[in-house]
Design a protein around this ligand. Structure first.
Ligand SMILES: [Zn+2]
Length: 355
């Protein structure tokens, strides 16, 4: 899903931003799941020419009753014939083909007397889309194989067009990423890797933690994201890292009343996961801004801490939120979150990758 170079610049002026504020030359683009990005998966099916068009509606009713195709409700049952040299003008989808496929007769595919096959010609195999298309690109690909219905996910379409966030939201996002960039620059000034991160509560737009990469030979796991998660935990009276030698790494100390309130209020909310202690996971409902795409360790830590959204500036060569892996969008993990790339991408690209 890599946008073409320069796509951000081209789209920047389409923003309906306030006239006095120059729109920022960056674009937050969604990092979609493998299923949304991938090619359309095909399965084989049997179709047959409709030789007698007057039988079409009767055949449609009888065939659909015998082979309802509940998992392929996106497939239209009848399509115009693609071969103009053929005498018939319509073709009807009959049923999916078994794994060991071969030629089948109408009698083998359509049980008599449930289906009176008069009006149909010899069945043939055809690849059809196995699942409903999720994006317009997949829809275009799917319907090249067989006519397909498409219920567009407006959220994904708007996101892919770069129109998901208002000018006000973009200004807030830019402010948070600028803070992460400053943290990365402070790390670089101390001889550390230039990666910065910020955790924000989007409900209040409050910054809960700011951190940078603190790794050393003695502490090789202190990547910026790991530092930030621990800082959020420290704000909740938890956390384990000693980050006092790094003054640019800070957290907003939750007032004790607030810590209790956060814990107890969220506990009452049945929708919020809790860990074994009955406390909400560290980053439940929060956003992370990080200058470069997190590595596999950091991305998995974000799954564990139940982050809600991640915004990163530029990809990392071994990144796990879009580049090498998409750990935020796996059906076999018990938490998924949204990821957007490209916030202040040009500035972030000059900083270190998370490796
Ligand atoms: Zn990392």
């Amino acid at each position: 899903m890599d946008p073409a170079p320069g796509a951000a610049e081209q789209r920047g002026d389409q923003e309906a931003g306030s006239p006095e504020r120059e729109p920022a030359p960056w674009q937050a683009l969604p990092v979609l799941s493998e299923q949304q990005c991938g090619a359309v998966e095909l399965v084989l099916a049997y179709a047959a020419p409709v030789l007698d068009k007057r039988q079409t509606s009767r055949l449609l009713k009888e065939v659909s009753a015998v082979h309802p195709l509940p998992a392929q409700s996106h497939l239209k049952r009848v399509r115009p014939s693609r071969d103009a040299s053929r005498p018939h003008t319509l073709e009807m989808l009959l049923c999916l083909a078994e794994p060991a496929v071969g030629a089948r007769s109408l009698a083998e595919l359509l049980p008599w007397p449930a289906v009176d096959a008069r009006g149909l010609g010899q069945p043939f195999l055809v690849p059809v889309p196995a699942r409903p298309p999720l994006t317009r690109g997949q829809f275009e690909e799917a319907r090249a194989h067989w006519p397909t219905s498409f219920h567009e996910d407006r959220q994904v379409t708007r996101a892919l067009a770069g129109r998901l966030f208002s000018a006000q939201e973009r200004a807030a996002m830019q402010g948070h990423m600028e803070r992460a960039i400053r943290a990365a620059q402070q790390a670089a000034a101390r001889g550390l890797r230039a990666v910065g991160a910020v955790v924000v509560d989007p409900a209040s737009d409050r910054v809960l933690a700011t951190g940078h990469d603190c790794r050393s030979p003695a502490t090789p796991l202190l990547h910026a994201t790991m530092v930030c998660i621990d800082l959020v935990a420290q704000g909740q009276g938890r956390g384990t890292y000693d980050l006092r030698p790094h003054p640019a790494c800070s957290f907003a100390p939750a007032a004790s009343a607030q810590a209790v309130r956060v814990g107890s209020v969220r506990k009452l909310d049945e929708d919020v996961d809790t860990d074994e202690d009955g406390l909400p996971y560290v980053c439940t409902g929060y956003d992370l801004y990080v200058t470069r795409e997190p590595c596999a360790m950091c991305a998995m830590a974000l799954v564990h801490s139940r982050v809600q959204r991640v915004f990163y500036g530029a990809p990392s060569p071994d990144g796990a939120l879009g580049t090498r892996l998409r750990l935020h969008a796996r059906p076999d993990l018990n938490h998924r979150f949204q990821v957007f790339r490209g916030v202040l991408e040009a500035a972030c690209r000059r900083l270190d990758p998370d490796t």
